[in-house]
Every structure is written in C-alpha cells, then in structure tokens.
Design a protein around this ligand. Structure first.
Ligand SMILES: [Zn+2]
Length: 293
C-alpha cells in the first residue's frame, strides 16, 4: 500500500502541515503503507524554489522520512514533481479526448459567476460550451461530469455521497493558459505513482467525488480516502492567518525544539488534550482508525 505526502509549492509549511504529517505517517504506520513524497507545483505562477528547499529541511528536522518519491530539491527532472509531468498528463488527456469526454470552453470566470444563484458554495458550470466543438488549445478543457451520485466510504468519516454535476458541473482539467488543474494532476499522479491510500484534510472532502469519477472513467481503481480534522480555534475557525503565516522554519530559528512543534500541532489538532513535547515516532502512534475499520 502506498500513501503520499504531497505539499504544494504555494508557501512555507505551517502548523497545519505538521498535523497533516502526523496523520499521513501515522496512518501509513497503522496500515503498513509506504509514504511517497511528491511536489505539487502544477501552479507555476505561485511555485518558488525556496518553498521546496524548506519542505525537505522541515521534514528532516521533524523526523518524518518519506519511503518513496522525491527526496530532495536537487532531483530534476523528476516524475514526482508536477511541473515535470506535462507529458504524462497530456497522454491521459488524449485518452479522454479520443473518447469524447472533454471539450474546450471559452467562458471567462466572470461570465460563469454571473449565472450563479445567490449563496452558491462554489462556481457551477452549466455546460454552455459543451456542444460547440471548440478546440482544446487556448481554451479551458472541461471534463463531461457524470450526472449520477458518487458514493464512497471514507476511512475516517464513513459513507459519503456527492454529486459533482450539481456541485461544480463540468470541471476543468486545464486552464486556457495551459496550466493543469489540481484535480486532474492529482489523479494522474496517484495513478502513475500507484497511490492507493489518500490521507488529506477534511476541508477538501467536498471535491473527492470528482477525482473518483476521473479514476472510474480511466478504468483505474480509486484509492481509499481518509479525511482528517484540521486545526481549529475555540470558535471552530480554521487555522488563523497569524498561525498560517508562522512558518515551521521560523519557529525552528526561534529556538523551539522539533518535539515542541509536533506536540503543539498534536495539541491544536485535538490529538492530545494538554500540550507536551512529542517526537515524530510518538505522534505516529497516536493515529488510529475508527472502530468500524
Ligand atoms: Zn464555456
């Protein structure tokens, strides 16, 4: 079994990432899985090399060691870095195109936003360009979302039912500038890397079914999913801006020990009721599956 730690290169790692590491490595330990590290730098406009250097320094300092995948910022090119994955993503897109499952869309975000009902959770595309036969190049590439509901069993949260067709409509795989989207790159990578256990925060639970639809369409087994709780404050709000801006590298420079950082993340994430310093090894032992698994 293979799970993955797949940070995006959009900022420095913070406490939320440390809690995530505890879950990824803890679940891997519990289920006998290996942890694969890949760098999600599909968003080339935001990726910065110093973020990648800091990721590997932080992992080593905290004591979370990947078993597979990319092991340092010097490995280039790498099949474990999304910026090097274009050829593979294109080959998957070609398969979908041959089967008539994608189309080009010329609508702008503003045009789509104007058609939304008040209070919509996210933009839902109504399929304006679905039958226009526009070229894929130079347009947003959209996937013909299935209309049926997708049901899956989350290892943490139990049975889930989502209908992407109602949530987001035909979602995009590549934008008009040629940038691959998170949903598509992520599914392609999980296929080529053999990932069969996905551990991630429950803030992205809502988008799981669209990934499962892509796996099913490509006739690949979808991984098992475990969506873990996030760090929240007393009012139930997600990690504050201040906490997000406090990078682990900065905490390290201020003289805090790695055990204090892990202990703080475990405490903020509700794994321990009182704060105390915790090693990576001890933290991994705190993760368990609900009784029904
Ligand atoms: Zn359109």
């Amino acid at each position: 079994m293979i799970t993955r730690f797949a940070p995006s290169l959009t900022g420095f790692l913070h406490m939320g990432h440390v809690l995530h590491m505890i879950y990824v490595w803890g679940l891997a330990r519990k289920l006998g899985a290996q942890v694969l590290c890949r760098i999600e730098d599909h968003d080339l406009s935001r990726a910065r090399p110093e973020y990648e250097i800091a990721i590997f320094q932080t992992l080593e300092w905290l004591g979370f060691f990947p078993d597979l995948g990319i092991s340092g910022p010097d490995e280039k090119p790498s099949e474990f870095r999304q910026s090097d994955g274009s050829e593979f993503y294109q080959s998957v897109l070609d398969v979908l195109e041959k089967r008539g499952l994608v189309y080009g869309c010329a609508c702008t975000r503003k045009q789509i936003a104007e058609t939304q009902p008040d209070g919509a959770q996210e933009l839902c595309y109504s399929g304006t360009c679905a039958d226009k036969e526009l070229p894929l190049e130079g347009n947003t590439v959209r996937f013909r979302t299935l209309e049926n509901e997708t049901i899956f069993e989350d290892l943490k949260l139990g049975k889930q039912c989502q209908i992407p067709w109602l949530q987001c409509g035909d979602f995009s795989l590549r934008d008009r500038q040629g940038q691959w989207t998170y949903q598509f790159a992520c599914v392609c990578d999980d296929i080529r890397h053999g990932v069969d256990l996905v551990v991630r925060g429950e803030d992205i639970l809502f988008s799981t079914a669209r990934q499962i639809q892509l796996f099913q369409t490509l006739e690949k087994p979808a991984p098992r999913y475990f969506h873990h709780p996030l760090i929240v404050d007393n009012t139930g709000q997600k990690l504050s801006k201040r906490q997000r801006s406090e990078s682990i590298s900065q905490l390290r420079e201020s003289g805090i020990s790695s055990e204090e950082v892990i202990g703080r993340a475990a405490h903020l994430g509700g794994l321990i009721s009182e704060f105390f310093p915790v090693s990576a090894e001890e933290a991994m032992g705190m993760i368990s599956l609900p009784d029904n698994n």
